[in-house]
Design a protein around this ligand. Structure first.
Ligand code: TYD
Length: 210
């Protein structure tokens, strides 16, 4: 049992790897909660709309940072802690590291301030492993574009950010992962999902989570 968070720039392919891990865990008879941020609870899903929409009022950078933390506090207390208490795996699409990468790295709020907010909103809940799906910003942008070409819909507020924003986000993730290799697994997201899954399962076995 473990709390695993999937991180990366938009378009890195978190969902496919999460699907693959969820299936592998179910085949091993493990129970798991699959969740996401922004979202995860009814309040979180409502605030997600506000954060991602491209029309209507837009939060300034510090308001944006706080809204993500509101969502997180609700998510941790209502969903994540109860699941961990029941010995279920928690697989979460984005968590505290997204706030560091996007709000500190992307929007230039200090990392120390975001760290403090993350500790407050999670009440110091520890993540067992952050999985970083690392991909060049150009390739990620192409994947996002293809998703919209194939499925329609409109890009969200972050997907519309320029490449230098996404480059800062990517660099911040890589920095975080290099500073704490015991907490992070960096995967080259240009590989097929099955290769990434294999590396991830090996790491989970090594950490005695499986
Ligand atoms: P998400 O829907 O997971 O986007 P994607 O499917 O492309 O991964 O997340 C929406 C956006 O919210 C994403 O661009 C990253 C951003 N975000 C932050 O800026 N800060 C945060 O703390 C979180 C959780 C997400």
């Amino acid at each position: 049992m473990a709390f695993i968070v999937f991180e990366g720039i938009d378009g890195a392919g978190k969902s496919s790897l999460m699907n693959a891990l969820e299936t592998a865990l179910m085949q091993r008879g493990q129970q798991c909660l699959r969740s996401r941020e922004p979202g995860g609870t009814p309040l979180g899903e409502e605030l997600r709309e506000i954060l991602l929409r491209t029309e209507g009022a837009t939060p300034v950078a510090r308001a944006e940072a706080l809204l993500y933390q509101v969502i997180r506090a609700q998510h941790v207390e209502e969903k994540i802690r109860p699941a961990l208490k029941e010995n279920r795996w928690v697989l979460c699409d984005r968590f505290t590291a997204s706030s560091i990468a996007f709000q500190a790295g992307g929007r230039a709020i200090s990392k120390e301030e975001i760290d403090w907010l993350n500790r407050f909103s999670t009440n110091n809940l520890a993540v067992d492993l952050f999985v970083l799906l690392d991909l060049a910003t150009e390739e990620a942008a192409e994947r996002v574009q293809k998703r919209y070409d194939d499925n329609g819909g409109k890009k969200d507020r972050f997907e519309l950010e320029k490449q230098d924003f996404h480059q800062r986000v990517r660099d911040t993730y890589l920095q975080l992962a290099k500073e704490a290799p015991q907490k992070w697994l960096i995967l080259d997201a240009s590989q097929p999902t099955e290769n990434m899954l294999k590396t991830l399962l090996q790491r989970l076995e090594k950490e005695k989570c499986l």
